[in-house]
Design a protein around this ligand. Structure first.
Ligand SMILES: Nc1ncnc2c1ncn2[C@@H]1O[C@H](COP(=O)(O)OP(=O)(O)OP(=O)(O)O)[C@@H](O)[C@H]1O
Ligand SMILES: [Mg+2]
Length: 499
């Protein structure tokens, strides 16, 4: 039922209209002047108003303006007398829906109200559509946002570093894995750094060249090649890179690159190579050493006999002493090789590892080479026993300690630490000696690699190779960090549940 307000100062007109409207099935409200009409309009919110323009008190035009201000959607039909054309035009300008001239016939009134009702229904429908449309747009936006967020998440949480650049090299995407791999944060990189700064000189250009060529997976793509990236600290890191050019409207707009860290793989490869090298060399040298041992024993025995025979001939005895000394040295080397290659069953049992360290230290602390060296002990008392062959472990610790003493040549600090590290026990020896450059660190576990002058009988280059083998047989690991001029730390890591 449509609610209609009739505003007219003439009672007879009001009554007539009321009768006609109610006959048509509408509900009506009556007002005899502008102010009353506004009151009712506010309280009852009629859908349609039939408004007389000529009334005492507030003019119809004023009432119209106020009603429109209260509800712009209200349908207001103006009712005018003859000769009020100008007024009617003004009302239409003020968005009255229609105007009727008095006397208003029954049919015309019905028709006008019907039109107004249709207009109201249309407006209502339009509003509904707009509302639906708004909901749809909001939902579509949400969906888009979700899809975008999802893609962002995939990029952000990828275990590989993902980097996106604009043409020219400006970095625009830098995910968490990139932060971890290359060291710079998003804030330091996005919009601020160029991709060129992430590679050693010339590499970025080379990669772009590969990307645009046919040879690495077709034009626009680059499939998995090995390159170096430069960490924030300046250190070069080996990675695999796969990349693709990005296009916008057919034009090259940038590129995306995925980096996989190769450090762990390289380390494993190196270890594998090292153990293969060690085992083949071990087998070969064990055979040779065995063969050499017997004639050596003969040489030594006869040299001793001769020395006895010529004990009064000083020159000859001196010469024979040299033979004995040098042959003894050869025998030492041969013994070292045999130790290195031997595969004897180990005598493992649980030990407090600091006891083994202490036993080793007891042998060296009173030697002259230890004078001038400060010894610092840092043992964690809560480390459980470790199952080891104590003799072999002493051999390992001894070699690392002697190396440290050699590196410090008479002054410095040796810090020995025993610490628990999850299910491993770390024994580390830190010296303040000469340190080693990277090229040397790469070779120290190779058998016979030494920087020591072996003519003085000092280094054979077997200490660390032998230690490495022993530690591997204990399912452990040995790692080194070193800085030239500052010192070196060797860390021997042994499993705690090793039986
Ligand atoms: N703490 C250290 N500081 C500096 N350089 C070291 C240290 N430990 C080892 N090195 C380097 O590693 C090389 C190899 O060590 P390794 O113990 O295998 O052989 P070596 O000491 O030379 O000879 P050997 O142990 O057979 O007497 C050494 O010659 C030295 O150059
Ligand atoms: Mg050594």
């Amino acid at each position: 039922m449509t609610k209609i307000l009739v505003v007219d100062d003439e009672e007879s007109i009001r009554n007539l209209m009321q009768m006609n409207l109610e006959l048509d099935g509408h509900s009506t409200l009556m007002a005899e002047d502008g102010l009353t009409a506004l009151e009712i309009f506010k309280e009852e919110s009629p859908d349609i108003v039939l408004l007389d323009v000529r009334m005492p008190g507030m003019e119809g035009t004023e009432v119209l303006s106020r009603m429109k201000a209260l509800n712009a959607d209200a349908e207001i039909i103006i009712v005018t007398g003859h000769g009020d054309m100008d007024l009617a035009v003004e009302c239409l300008r003020k968005e009255a829906s229609n105007f009727l001239t008095k006397p208003v016939s029954e049919e015309l009134l019905s028709l006008s109200v019907k039109r107004a009702e249709e207009k109201l229904a249309l407006k209502h429908k339009l509003k509904q559509y707009t509302r639906n449309l708004e909901t749809l747009v909001r939902e579509a936006n949400l969906e888009l946002e979700r899809a975008y967020q999802f893609r962002e998440n995939i990029i952000e949480n990828s275990p590989d570093a993902i980097v996106c650049i604009r043409k020219g090299g400006e970095i625009i995407i830098w995910n968490s894995a990139s932060e971890k791999l290359i060291g710079y944060t998003k804030q330091e990189v996005v919009g601020k750094m160029n991709i060129v700064e992430v590679y050693p000189p010339g590499v970025a250009k080379q990669i772009m060249k590969y990307l645009r060529s046919d040879d690495f997976g077709g034009p626009g793509t680059l499939q998995k090649i090995e390159v170096l990236v430069v960490h924030k600290s300046g250190k070069e890191i080996p990675v695999y890179i796969s990349a693709a050019l990005l296009y916008e409207e057919g034009k090259e707009a940038g590129s995306v690159g995925i980096f996989t860290d190769l450090r762990e793989k390289k380390k494993l490869e190196k270890q594998l190579l090292r153990s293969e090298k060690l085992s083949s060399l071990g087998k070969l040298s064990a055979g040779i050493a065995h063969e050499i041992n017997q004639p050596l024993t003969g040489v030594l025995t006869f040299a001793h006999l001769l020395a006895k025979k010529f004990k009064d001939d000083e020159q000859t005895r001196k010469d024979l002493d040299i033979i004995v000394r040098e042959t003894t040295r050869i025998r030492g080397i041969v013994q070292g090789i045999l130790d290195f290659a031997r595969e004897m069953p180990m005598q493992k049992k649980p030990w407090r590892i600091e006891t083994v360290v202490e036993q080793t230290l007891q042998i060296v602390v009173n030697q002259q080479r230890f004078f001038g060296i400060e010894l610092v002990r840092d043992y964690d008392p809560d480390v459980p026993d470790v199952v080891v062959d104590a003799n072999l472990m002493e051999q390992v610790f001894m070699n690392v300690i002697l190396n440290a003493l050699d590196a410090m040549s008479g002054s410095g600090t040796l810090t020995v630490r025993v610490k628990r590290n999850d299910d491993m026990c770390d024994v580390s020896f830190e010296d303040t000696g000469c340190g080693m450059p990277d090229e040397i660190q790469d070779k120290i576990f190779d058998p016979f690699f030494t920087t020591k002058d072996s003519t003085e009988g000092m280094g054979m280059g077997l200490g660390l190779a032998v230690s490495y083998g022993i530690i591997k047989n204990h399912n452990g690991d040995i790692a080194v960090t070193s800085q030239v001029g500052k010192g070196t730390t060797f860390t021997i890591r042994l499993p705690l549940d090793n039986t």
